[in-house]
Ligand binder design. Structure first.
Ligand code: ADP
Ligand code: MG
Length: 680
């Protein structure tokens, strides 16, 4: 009997050539195949009568072939086979493109179960290249649930079926289950072996659902166990203890009253820093919720206790901006500080480095280079990383490895639902700013189509005439995409339309120094319009900007659009945001309208997550979590809650999972890949 760790190339019908192709899918062994789940299922048990076909979609249709397939050559290299099928409610035409062989297998008068896509309407309606299975005369319940696996060129679903069949056959009878039995009983979950069989070869749609639920729970549970263990391991490190608590003087130095949410977050930080364990906290808050002063509180606290704080921003522009904001506050508190960026002059830089090394600078504001290039601190006690998604697990780890385990606060403006945050940042504690400072008027948001172009151009001109400035954002364009506006083209077009205005351009391929120069000049009011790609998405603060125009807005995620919108509405001026793309279909319009309805980032995130799923939602900014194959971070919220509760419970009683060898092994395996990524 083959073992699960055997190569798949010895399976009948596979061989070395196909095995090579399977490698592209990361399938080398039977075990790999077992762990490659169908990406979808075709439910051929739900049979639609021809009269009930509602529109263009995939259908399973039980019908008799009525006419001999007629083959015609449309043009060179393209043949078309056509026939008619019927059931007791009507008839339907069937078309095969370039596969006369498939059509030739159909027999007039024989009943088949067809499965395929119906296209077109009315007389033009046709079932396109369906799969057809003969139905025996006495078969009352034909059809099955057919798994659809991810494929690569050269492989077919049949090949996948072969390999997974072999893998399922190799599963031993005593297949170990990482989920403790009490949990399986409590949550009515299938056991591991049954779930595997059901996910690959389900008999009914219910079975698929049951298997998915079990596997999603398992994934989330393993994930939570792993993250929780990471967290506990870090907690075991001794932390720097801040004893002084001068929060009153900090609050008094603020130019405004903190929101309740800011107060709460600051207290949570203060508690962490006096606990004797290193803080690892995520501060999450919508654009404009006022995260900066919460970070400032941590810096002030560190300084008061005789430690240094490093405040890191993802870009030089933002570092300079933070320094400018914090300066008056730190001055009032009598805390010394310095800025350290790559573009500083040599003499200035030398002075800054000296102040950092001697401890004369209590707060250091800069980019990630601050910690990465081994800047020597005298007594680094606290680190703030702004915009968490640019500060991954790897940097976090590098930092903790720096010996003294400073308190770490990472800040993110990606507002995700709390349950999800608790999972995604399972190795961090989470504080949430769920309140926007008073007195802001929401950004007036409009989704428009191309027909509004002249009016919007005039509106841009008007805003500038009233003393405002304008951002225009274009999507990043990949080669070969037509019909979209590139920043370059668009900047030119705008300059032509508004020759009396100053248009600047900013995109990712520009050198850092050039980007900074453009940003600086825009902030200083030397440009009226900044045409940019999404490089300006994060944190940029030019209060005088009052209008954000996003081209091809349907190409962006809702949360990303919300971030972009956050670039305006920062000053006293009533601000506006215009999204082009509302004329690109109903779905696009409805999506954009969500943003017109609400300025609340959490609400936007919820809608975004529901619409796009977590994969796209998090996009390129991977969060460094192990890949999830079954669990759906958008849809499985309830399951997530349970998995997390149970993970906490089991680790509370058995921190090393010594009593659960299979669970322990699987958690390790899940996190192996991640640690490789994180530490290379
Ligand atoms: P973000 O969370 O997006 O980083 P910032 O920290 O940049 O937000 O704050 C946005 C603006 O709101 C800043 O101009 C800041 O001075 C102001 N602000 C922050 N907290 C308050 C508050 N409690 N009351 C009034 N204004 C505040
Ligand atoms: Mg910010």
């Amino acid at each position: 009997m083959p073992a699960l760790d055997d190569s798949i190339q010895f399976i009948k019908g596979i061989g070395p050539k196909k095995a090579k192709l399977f490698e592209k899918l990361h399938i080398r062994t039977l075990r790999d195949a077992l762990e490659t789940y169908p990406r979808d299922y075709e439910d051929r048990t739900r049979i639609t009568r021809i009269a009930d076909i509602a529109g263009e979609d995939k259908y399973a249709i039980r019908a008799v072939v009525g006419t001999e397939p007629k083959i015609s050559r449309i043009r060179k290299g393209l043949t078309l086979a056509k026939c008619t099928i019927f059931d007791e409610t009507g008839s339907l035409s069937v078309t095969y493109f370039n596969s006369p062989y498939a059509a030739a297998l159909l027999r007039v008068g024989q009943e088949y179960l067809f499965y395929g896509r119906v296209q077109g309407w009315g007389r033009g309606r046709t079932l396109v290249s369906p799969q057809a299975e003969r139905i025996a005369l006495d078969d009352a319940h034909p059809g099955r649930i057919v798994p659809v696996y991810p494929l690569t060129a050269g492989l077919t679903q049949r090949d996948m079926a072969r390999v997974t069949d072999a893998a399922l056959a190799a599963v031993p009878g005593d297949w170990p289950d990482p989920l403790p039995e009490v949990l399986r009983v409590k949550y009515r979950l299938l056991d591991a072996a049954d779930a595997l069989a059901a996910i690959h070869r389900p008999q009914t749609a219910d079975e698929v659902a049951g298997a998915r639920r079990r596997m999603a729970f398992e994934e989330l549970f393993l994930l939570c166990c792993g993250l929780q263990q990471l967290k506990e391991r870090r907690r075991a490190d001794p932390g720097i203890v801040f004893t002084q608590n001068g929060l009153e003087s900090f609050y008094n130095a603020l130019p405004f009253a903190p929101t309740n949410a800011q107060r709460r977050a600051i207290s949570e930080i203060a508690v962490d820093c006096t606990s004797g364990r290193p803080m690892n906290r995520l501060l999450q808050g919508d654009v404009g919720s006022g995260k900066t002063i919460v970070a400032a509180a941590l810096c002030a606290l560190a300084a008061q206790n005789g430690w240094q704080a490093a405040f890191m921003a993802p870009t030089e522009i933002l570092a300079a901006q933070h320094a400018k904001t914090l300066a008056p506050l730190l001055d009032r508190l009598g805390v010394s500080y310095t800025l350290l960026t790559g573009s500083m002059g040599a003499a200035q830089k030398r002075a800054a480095l000296a102040a950092i090394e001697s401890g004369a600078a209590q707060v250091v504001i800069g980019t990630h280079a601050l910690i990465q290039q081994g800047v020597a601190f005298d007594r680094l006690g606290a680190v703030v990383a702004d915009e968490q998604h640019r500060f991954g697990v790897a940097q976090r780890a590098a930092l903790s490895a720096k010996g003294e385990a400073p308190h770490v606060l990472v800040m993110s403006a990606t507002p995700i639902p709390r349950t999800l945050a608790l999972i995604m940042y399972g190795d961090l504690d989470v504080s949430i700013l769920d309140e926007i400072p008073p007195g802001r008027s929401p950004v007036g948001t409009y989704a428009v189509g191309e027909n509004m172009r002249p009016r919007i151009t005039a509106f841009i001109d008007k805003q500038i005439g009233e003393g405002g400035q304008v951002y225009v954002v274009c999507p990043l364009i990949e080669e070969g995409e037509v019909g979209l506006k590139s920043a370059e083209q668009h900047a030119k077009a705008l300059q032509q339309a508004l020759p009396h205005r100053h248009v600047a351009m900013l995109h990712g391929r520009m050198k850092n120094a050039d980007k900074d120069a453009v940003m600086r000049d825009f902030a200083a009011g030397r440009y009226d319009i900044l045409v940019a790609t999404t490089v300006i998405e994060v944190g940029v603060d030019v209060p005088n900007a009052s209008l954000m125009v996003v081209e091809d807005a349907d190409r962006f995620g809702l949360s990303q659009l919300h971030q972009l919108r956050g670039r305006v509405g920062r000053g006293a001026r009533q601000s506006y945001c215009i999204f082009f793309g509302a004329d690109k279909g109903q779905a696009a319009r409805e999506r954009l309208q969500i943003l017109c309805r609400t300025n609340d980032g959490f609400e936007v995130a919820r809608a975004d997550l529901a619409l796009r799923g977590p994969g796209d939602f998090f996009g390129q900014r991977q969060h460094g979590l192990p890949a999830l194959h079954v669990a759906d971070l958008a849809a499985d919220l309830a399951l997530m809650r349970d998995a997390r509760t149970e993970a906490e419970a089991i680790l509370a009683s058995d921190p090393a999972l010594a009593g659960y060898p299979e669970l322990c092994a699987r958690v390790h395996r899940m996190f192996e890949a991640r640690e490789d990524e994180a530490f290379n």
